[in-house]
Ligand binder design. Structure first.
Ligand SMILES: [Zn+2]
Length: 177
């Protein structure tokens, strides 16, 4: 009997922690401007293989995961839209920095989000690892800040195991947009 009670108690505790986590997801106060409908425009930021593939896959991962926010390619930056550039490559000898998202914003919206990958870290890694980095940086361009736990926005996640947006990442985007 005591065992049963403790199992029930632990289950409730896990459930509560899950709920608290869902509400505690960290998001930015600024949002992307829609180009039309639910589509946000981006262009390529001067990239090459295999990094462009990592970002192409990440953009379709995010587009496939939900329908409130869709990335749509535009070869010019449409007027009234944010200047979003995907897949730029830079070289910084810092083993802790796999990628970065350079953001400029007003109190309510993005002026630009440039998602880039650090060749120094990612060159010797697998496609899966690069996909994880790209999905994380694109998350920053969708109003998601860093979070803990098994989410793509955890900077300390195992990038070979968490490489696509997770359910909490997805529900956070749907909550913002
Ligand atoms: Zn980050």
């Amino acid at each position: 009997m005591l065992k049963k009670i403790s199992i029930v108690f632990i289950s409730i505790l896990i459930l509560l922690i899950g709920i608290v986590n869902a509400y505690a997801y960290n998001v930015y106060s600024f949002k992307q401007n829609f180009y039309y409908g639910n589509v946000v425009a981006y262009k390529w930021g001067g990239t090459w293989e295999p990094y462009q593939s990592a970002f192409e896959t990440a953009l379709s991962d995010w587009n496939g995961a939900q329908s409130d926010f869709q990335w749509g390619y535009s070869d010019s930056t449409p007027s009234g839209c944010s200047d979003n550039r995907m897949g730029g490559v830079y070289y910084l000898e810092n083993a802790n920095e796999a990628g970065r998202c350079q953001m400029a914003y007003t109190t309510s919206s993005y002026v630009r989000a440039w998602c880039e990958i650090n060749q120094f870290v990612c060159e010797s890694k697998t496609d899966t690892y690069r996909r994880s980095v790209a999905n994380h940086e694109v998350g920053h361009a969708m109003s998601l800040a860093h979070n803990s736990g098994n989410v793509i926005m955890n900077p300390n996640r195992d990038k070979n195991f968490i490489f696509v947006p997770q359910s909490l990442d997805i529900s956070a985007v749907c909550q913002v947009y």
